[in-house]
Design a protein. Structure first.
Length: 140
């Protein structure tokens, strides 16, 4: 199971108002990597993906990972310390007016590219949930 989540920060990532989020990033990423079912996550030499500049917008934060199943991803997302960070997301990130999260199935040992993930998100935004691209609420 692969997931891509895009979020646009309210402020530049080095702004003091983003410090609380940024200070938790390493711990939350380590928690993901230690979680049951974790396979892989997108990261650069920085150890995370916050320095990936998507569409020329330095405030867009990219999170992409692969999990053994939708259930292991759901458990990490909603039953660990990650949940507390998600509950505060409006303090750091703009509210989406369209889907920012997409899920899709991948073959064993396949690591998706960012282009592949963005194509899945575009498909979800254009066609809605289906077997090619879906959400936790509408699984396929």
């Amino acid at each position: 199971m692969a997931q891509l989540n895009l979020a646009r920060a309210l402020y530049d990532l080095d702004d003091p108002r983003m410090a609380d989020f940024m200070s938790q990033l390493d711990a939350i990423n380590a928690l993901a990597e230690a979680a049951p079912g974790f396979v892989w996550r997108l990261k650069t030499e920085s150890g995370n993906a916050t320095d990936i500049n998507l569409e020329g917008d330095e405030r867009v934060v990219v999170n992409m990972s692969v999990w053994q199943s939708i259930d292991t991803l759901f458990d990490y997302t909603y039953t660990t310390a990650h949940t507390a960070v998600m509950k505060r997301r409006r303090a750091w990130f703009e509210k989406h007016d369209r889907p920012g999260l997409v899920l899709w199935r991948v073959e064993d040992r396949h690591i998706p590219t960012l282009d592949e993930a963005l194509a899945r998100l575009k498909h979800l935004r254009t066609h809605g949930p289906g077997p090619e691209a879906f959400t936790f609420k509408e699984r396929f």
